[in-house]
Write a protein that binds this ligand. Structure first.
Ligand SMILES: [Zn+2]
Length: 288
């Protein structure tokens, strides 16, 4: 009997039709994915093997450095999940993706559905399937929410997608305003529009990223709000509520599509973006 010396991994040689091969190459060209990733994703779906991938466009450091040029369309993003967040070309507002539909929060705090042709310079998405869920009977603020979510996560070293549904007693959020290329994220968000609402029904959606991923993503929790009536939304700064329904998905696979043209190629991405991210993206430093 033949046995593998490297169980669970290693190259596998298969023959596929030329039509499939060209479709595979086209998918890789359009999405920036590798053939390994596309084949793995397709097989996992076909064979119903659970794998929880976070798909990301560009990096947090690039955003901090002012690389705001949209590089992936909403149409393409929809092929990489049904859930996620990001921003749009020129840092024009906040992106929200819930149950397969993509929304665009505008600088006045209102929300419209995004067209498939809009482009994003930064996005994070996933196919959301909850690994565990809970009801949070009381959330007194951002730090309290984070502490309660921490207890639901499996590890400090895995990514997680987070969905919270309910009626929020109080929520504060901001929407990024359009910025010129090269204006760093801290300066660009220093004049951002902030909003506060009481008794708002809706969903908070987003991700938790490990601190080691700080060059790629926003470390810690990064949540966006989409109101249930799809009228309001943005980047969450503070929250209070009761009886909130939380679902968490662990993610053990990270796929990153890097821009292959424009300012990204020239940007200095060697710096640690932590301090700038905490200032520009940080929640919890606002009272809920
Ligand atoms: Zn955000």
């Amino acid at each position: 009997m033949a046995t593998s010396t490297v169980p669970g991994c290693g190259p596998l040689t298969v023959s596929i039709s030329s039509a499939l091969e060209s479709a595979l190459r086209e998918r890789c060209r359009l999405t920036g994915s590798t053939p390994d990733h596309v084949v793995q994703e397709a097989l996992a779906r076909l064979l119903e093997v659970e794998h929880h991938t976070v798909f990301q466009v560009s990096t947090a450091t690039a955003l901090v450095q002012g690389v705001y040029q949209g590089c992936v369309t909403v149409g393409t993003i929809k092929r990489h999940g049904n859930f996620g967040l990001g921003t749009y070309d020129s840092l024009d507002g906040e992106g929200l993706m819930l149950d397969g539909r993509v929304w665009h929060a505008k600088a006045d705090g209102s929300v419209v559905e995004a067209s498939d042709g809009e482009t994003a310079p930064f996005w994070v998405s996933a196919d959301f399937k909850a690994d565990r869920s809970a009801i949070l009977s009381s959330v007194t603020g951002w730090d309290d929410l984070c502490a309660q979510l921490d207890r639901m996560r499996r590890s400090a070293n895995l990514f997680a997608a987070v969905r919270i549904d309910g009626t929020f007693d109080r929520i504060t959020y901001r929407v990024a305003c359009k910025a010129a290329p090269g204006v760093g994220l801290v300066a660009a968000t220093s004049h951002q529009a902030e909003f506060g609402m009481d008794k708002v029904e809706g969903t908070l959606l987003g991700f938790w990223s490990p601190s080691y991923a700080r060059n790629f993503n926003v470390p810690g929790y990064h949540l966006h709000l989409l109101s249930r009536d799809r009228q309001r939304g943005g980047h969450v700064l503070g929250v209070q509520g009761h009886n909130l329904s939380v679902q968490i998905m662990d993610a053990d696979n990270l796929a990153v599509a890097l821009p292959h043209s424009g300012a990204f190629l020239e940007a200095d991405l060697s710096q640690d973006p932590s301090a700038a991210l905490s200032k520009a993206e940080g929640a919890g430093n606002k009272s809920a």
